[in-house]
Design a protein around this ligand. Structure first.
Ligand SMILES: NC(=O)c1ccc[n+]([C@@H]2O[C@H](COP(=O)([O-])OP(=O)(O)OC[C@H]3O[C@@H](n4cnc5c(N)ncnc54)[C@H](O)[C@@H]3O)[C@@H](O)[C@H]2O)c1
Length: 479
């Protein structure tokens, strides 16, 4: 007889494993199928995020930042460091240990919660049956009351820049360089391109980022995007906009990249090339034609606001469905779906999802950009305050950047917060909490912020919305 479960989750990334754990918390009998095999040939949970995405990239960003600081950021504190050396192999080893710790942690949590981890490929059939093909052993068909598809996404491939063993790589390969490339090309000035470009630039690579669009980070508030671009240029990261890659050639351990910009056709020779031109939903062999699941016009699994597909009892979450491809969005969708399956009435506020770019300075935002609110025609106010006027930022020698707050002109409700500067990834959560509770900038103006703290910049930006910032010589006149 077929094994049966209350919930079968296909995919063990931040969406899938969270869904399985939450289902178990709610008393459901859950299984989580995951097929990922790591570079040591072992099954490893946690998906792209833990294995080749968020976590390893942050490990390398932290290591490379420490190296950069040791070289260039300590003298100002009176610390004299001689002969700083980078051991790339050690850095990669440390990254691998962090990845293992994360993945093992997920396995431990599944076990502790009684979730069955099935190592292999899952495929949804009709009638909420799931075909499970283990890495070793016989194919079996599981029967599920509910199925959650959480198969994630995969890097988009460029036909004119095919991957080439260790030379032309995607995000996974860019985490495995054993030496610092002298010259590094990056195709795509998206979040992945900028984060990975930053890592190797800090370690000494000459980095050129080729971006097809004429706008830098179009989803980011223009004022913030401009500030980040200025900072990246100061770090010698050469971001070329309107530069569309037309071809690549690998010869004698070097890569020639051909591209055209607004003026001419050009080419450059690099030691390594990272292709980071976006990700697409991973739907290959995920469901049978008669399963009843449909795709939308962009290739994502079609779901409603509650992540329900067209088949009752079958849900899809994370990168495989509409919305931002972010781990934390996937996790919350997983939790929501497990609760819905258990009969709870749950929803996600999709207007309140933070986004972060872990460059230096960090960029973080939530809600609408000034361009979006302008286009909507709604009346709005803005407040901006610079880290340069903040004592804690000065003490840390991190005075670049600012916080920008956008609020509704009539209700004063916070509509968007945009940060470029130190600890932006942490400060943004104050904005998320405020927005989730429907706060006005006046609510935030009246709160007491600890001094000295970087969060005071957020407070002063809220005050600046009404021309009330205390530490500003150029105070706006209140209307
Ligand atoms: N910090 C984070 O939260 C984080 C980190 C990494 C990735 N992610 C997510 O992963 C996803 C993928 O990231 P990404 O950076 O790969 O994709 P992206 O879509 O953000 O950026 C890819 C860029 O490549 C450019 N491009 C495409 N074809 C090109 C060509 N032929 N020549 C030059 N440029 C070209 C595009 O114009 C685009 O700007 C995103 O949704 C991102 O949000 C998030």
């Amino acid at each position: 007889m077929a094994k049966s479960f209350d919930v079968v989750v296909i995919g063990g990334g931040p969406g899938g494993y969270a869904a399985a754990i939450k289902a178990a918390h709610l008393g459901l009998n859950a299984a989580c199928i995951d097929m990922y095999i790591n570079k040591d040939g072992k099954p490893s949970l946690g998906g792209t995020c833990a294995n080749v995405g968020c976590i390893p990239s942050k490990a390398l960003l932290d290591s490379s930042w420490k190296y950069h600081e040791a070289q260039e950021g300590l003298a100002v504190h009176g610390i004299d460091v001689k002969s700083v050396k980078m051991n790339v192999a050690e850095m990669i080893k440390r990254k691998d240990a962090i990845v293992k710790r994360q993945a093992d942690g997920v396995a431990m949590l599944l076990k502790a919660n009684g979730v069955t981890w099935l190592q292999g490929r899952g495929k949804l059939l009709s009638g909420k049956q799931v075909e499970f093909t283990p890495h070793e052993g016989e194919v079996e068909v599981l029967q599920a009351e509910n199925v959650i598809l959480a198969a994630g996404s995969e890097p988009i491939k460029l036909p004119m820049a095919p991957l080439h063993d260790g030379l032309v790589v995607d995000n996974s390969g860019a985490l495995e360089f054993t030496q610092v490339p002298k010259k590094l090309g990056v195709i795509g000035a998206g979040i992945i391109g900028l984060e990975l470009g930053s890592v190797w630039s800090r370690l000494g690579s000459e980095v050129v980022v080729l971006e097809a669009m004429d706008t830098f980070l179009p989803m980011v508030d223009r004022q913030v995007g401009k500030e980040l671009l200025k900072n990246l240029k100061a770090q010698n990261i050469d971001v070329r906009l309107s530069a569309r890659v037309t071809g690549t050639k690998v010869e004698k351990n070097k890569v020639t990249v051909e591209f055209s910009d607004s003026e001419s056709d050009q080419s450059m020779v690099v030691d390594k090339l990272i292709v980071a031109v976006g990700r697409r939903p991973y739907t290959e062999e995920l469901f049978s034609a008669d399963s009843g699941v449909n795709l939308d016009e962009r290739g994502f699994i079609f779901v409603n606001q509650s992540c329900a597909t067209d088949v009752p009892g079958v849900y899809a979450i994370g990168d495989i469905v509409r919305g931002p491809a972010l781990a934390h969005k996937a996790t919350e969708e997983g939790v929501m779906v497990a609760e819905i399956i258990s009969g709870h009435n749950t929803a996600i506020n999709y207007d309140c999802i933070p986004s972060v770019v872990y460059t230096h300075p960090e960029v973080a935002w939530a809600g609408v950009t000034e361009e979006q609110v302008k286009a909507s025609g709604d009346a709005y106010k803005t407040g901006v305050f610079a880290f340069a006027a903040n004592g804690r930022a000065a003490a840390a020698n991190e005075t670049g950047g600012f916080v920008k707050v956008i609020s509704d002109e009539n209700t004063d409700r916070v509509l968007g917060v945009h940060i470029v500067g130190p600890q932006a990834s942490e400060i943004i959560m104050q904005a998320i909490i405020a927005m989730e509770f429907g706060a006005s900038t006046e609510d935030l103006q009246m709160m007491v912020f600890a001094h000295p703290g970087l969060s005071e910049v957020f407070h002063e930006a809220c005050l600046d919305v009404d021309g009330k910032a205390i530490h500003s010589a150029k105070r706006k006149r209140k209307k």
